[in-house]
Design a protein around this ligand. Structure first.
Ligand code: ADP
Ligand code: ZN
Length: 608
């Protein structure tokens, strides 16, 4: 067994490295800088934590968020690793003490806020202690193009230059376009780094888009299907956050909220309630999430459509970091598009960029919004749509998204043909609303003044629901039969594939709207390996241990570990090591409690 494997099993209790982890670790151990792009939940932290334990000396982890540091350090300590953090949450005395211990070499890993790097005290420590590696977490914060730019990240190369010996540097991020990757390489001064971009697919996430008539009802229905689970509901405005929070509160859900309009103290309290488990549901704006490492988030609902797929995938990706099944539901509404357009075109007073730069940004963002909207309308596999957007090849049928599962196909070729004729006959100058008005025989001033009631298609589809027609129009757009123009008043014109449908060479199929019941069936059924009653008891033991130690439950054991335990039903501490997530330290610290729980359970059932 090689060294990495041995540490993996002993300290972290895992059996195998995940895809992409080993090459990163091996390069770092060989002394080569690394730039690693991995989707959220893929297991970035282990990529530096494990080599840190294999190297002599100390590893510094530069991390932008205090909450994240605290989390990671607690998790490490509960794996028996000597770790600490240095940031503004410590009092002066605590900080001085931690720095002294660090200088004495008591810690293997030290998490540090970027602002600390050029403070005299820290520099003195760093110069006097052997530092083998610097891992830069959320490395995209160095890029001035991103939304998460942190000027203090730019100090990192200066800091490295001040060290007696340059340590190997690893940069880690979940979001990086080629430009941002370049920024990271330059901004951090990486030396011919080994670059690795891991697959973006998150196979345990189930994606669904719904366009409900009433989002509130849809949300409540969804939550009832996910009783007892922890999740995030993202809204686009503070006002929506407050409204949805109130809605859920009235319906007696254990809910809390987060947005930039709240006092820091309330934000901190609410975040903690969510992470530590006293409030299972977090309703928040996109201000919430970065640095939240809670691995057992079982669903992420978007109450509003975000502005681009980058944001969507990042936010939705906060579900299921533990690798267990989780659901990402997007509740789409046409109004979301308008709101986003407005926000994109808004010009900040402080924005002193040139008119040209402003226009360039707007048109780039509008294009992204278009792709996001396309995701909401597409009949194609949702996972494939996302992956293709990020430049990966993806086949069309994942079998694990709302579009691949459930819902009968309905032949709508006739509707499609008539709609195309309507666009053609009316001169390719109207938007969706007007086209629908024509085919349903609408009787408005516009219809008469443009003489649209004289068209052959006028009223041909009277009685068909507007929603259905809108869905078919969107299908026609996504199939290239129609093109929707840009601008404030988009109109429909015929696309190059229109002829295929008009002349009967291509049929059109629309997925029939799922009923509430169908929706449920379409979602993944969590494998119920294991014993549910025992699982509940094991969770209770975990909760007690977590409270005693003042840490989130998942720091003790993940849901996945407990599930395996409930299936294996270990009655001796030694058996625990067969379970993923149980390393040496956790076995010795908590083993007895869990084994006792299993034994008692079996006795009561008369099986022991
Ligand atoms: P990221 O930082 O990439 O979002 P994390 O480092 O938080 O992801 O890892 C996500 C989860 O996966 C954590 O609970 C972590 O312990 C777990 N994990 C990471 N690597 C492995 C592995 N090789 N085997 C099993 N679980 C792993
Ligand atoms: Zn799919």
């Amino acid at each position: 067994m090689d060294q990495l494997q041995a540490i993996l099993q002993r300290t972290f209790g895992y059996t195998t490295l995940r895809e992409g982890q080993r090459p990163v670790m091996e390069q770092l151990l060989a002394g080569r800088d690394v730039l690693s792009v991995m989707p959220t939940g893929a297991g970035k932290s282990l990529c530096y934590q494990l080599p840190a334990l294999a190297m002599p000396g100390i590893t510094l982890v530069v991390s932008p968020l205090i909450s994240l540091m605290k989390d990671q350090v607690e998790s490490l300590i509960h794996c028996g690793v000597a770790a600490a953090y240095l940031n503004s949450s410590l009092t002066e005395r605590q900080y001085a003490l931690a720095l002294r211990y660090a200088g004495e070499g008591r810690y293997k890993l030290i998490y540090v806020a970027p602002e600390r790097l050029d403070t005299p005290g820290f520099l003195r420590f760093a110069a006097g202690t052997p530092i083998s590696m610097v891992a830069v977490d959320e490395a995209h914060c160095v890029s001035q193009w991103g939304q998460d730019f942190r000027p203090s990240y730019l100090k990192i190369p200066d800091f490295l230059a001040k060290l007696p010996r340059r340590p190997v540097v690893g940069a880690f991020t979940a979001t990086a376009t080629p430009e941002v990757r370049q920024d990271i390489e330059r901004g951090l001064g990486l030396q011919t780094p080994f670059e690795i971009v891991s697959g973006f697919d998150r196979s345990n996430l189930f994606f669904v888009v719904e366009e409900p008539r009433d989002k509130k009802t849809a949300l409540l229905r969804f939550l009832r299907q996910h009783q007892g689970e922890s999740g995030i509901v993202y809204c686009n405005t503070r006002k929506n956050v407050d409204e949805v929070t109130e809605l859920l509160r009235q319906d007696k859900w254990p809910v809390t909220r987060y947005h930039a309009g709240l006092e820091p103290e309330e934000r901190r309290r609410n975040q903690e309630a969510f992470v530590y488990g006293s409030a299972a549901i977090m309703v928040a704006t996109n201000a919430f999430g970065m640095g939240i490492d809670k691995p057992d988030v079982r669903f992420v609902v978007h109450y509003n459509m975000p502005k681009d797929l980058e944001s969507y995938y990042q936010e939705a990706g906060r579900a299921g970091r533990d690798g267990e099944d989780a659901v990402c539901l997007l509740l789409y509404g046409g109004k979301d598009v308008v709101t986003n357009q407005f926000l994109i075109e808004l010009r900040d007073e402080k924005d002193d960029s040139s008119e040209e730069a402003y226009q360039a940004r707007v048109s780039r963002d509008l294009e992204r919004l278009k792709q996001m909207t396309f995701y909401c309308h597409t009949q194609d596999c949702l996972r494939a749509t996302i992956l293709r957007y990020f430049g990966e090849k993806a086949l069309g049928n994942c079998g694990k998204c709302g579009n691949c599962v459930g819902g009968d196909m309905e032949d709508v070729t006739d509707l499609g043909r008539i709609l195309l004729q309507a666009v053609d006959q009316s001169g390719q100058r109207f938007g969706m609303g007007r086209i629908i008005e024509i085919v349903t025989g609408g009787d408005t001033g516009a219809v008469t003044s443009w003489s649209l009631d004289r068209l052959a298609v006028y009223g041909r589809l009277a009685g068909t629901s507007r929603d259905q027609l809108r869905a078919v129009l969107r299908l026609l757009v996504s199939q290239g039969c129609l093109i929707q123009t840009e601008g404030q008043y988009p109109v429909l014109v015929l696309g190059e594939k229109a002829g295929d449908v008009l002349q009967g060479r291509q049929k059109l199929f629309l997925r029939r709207k799922r009923s509430a019941k169908g929706q449920k069936a379409a979602e993944p059924v969590r494998e119920s390996a294991g014993d549910e009653a025992l699982l509940e008891r094991l969770k209770a033991v975990r909760g007690r241990l977590a409270r005693m130690r003042g840490v989130p439950a998942y720091v003790i054991f993940s849901d996945k570990t407990l599930r395996e335990m409930s299936a294996l039903r270990p009655t001796a501490v030694e058996q625990l090591r067969q379970i993923s997530g149980v390393g040496e330290y956790k076995q010795s610290q908590y083993g007895k409690d869990f084994v006792a729980c299993v034994q008692k359970y079996l006795q009561e059932k008369g099986e022991a």
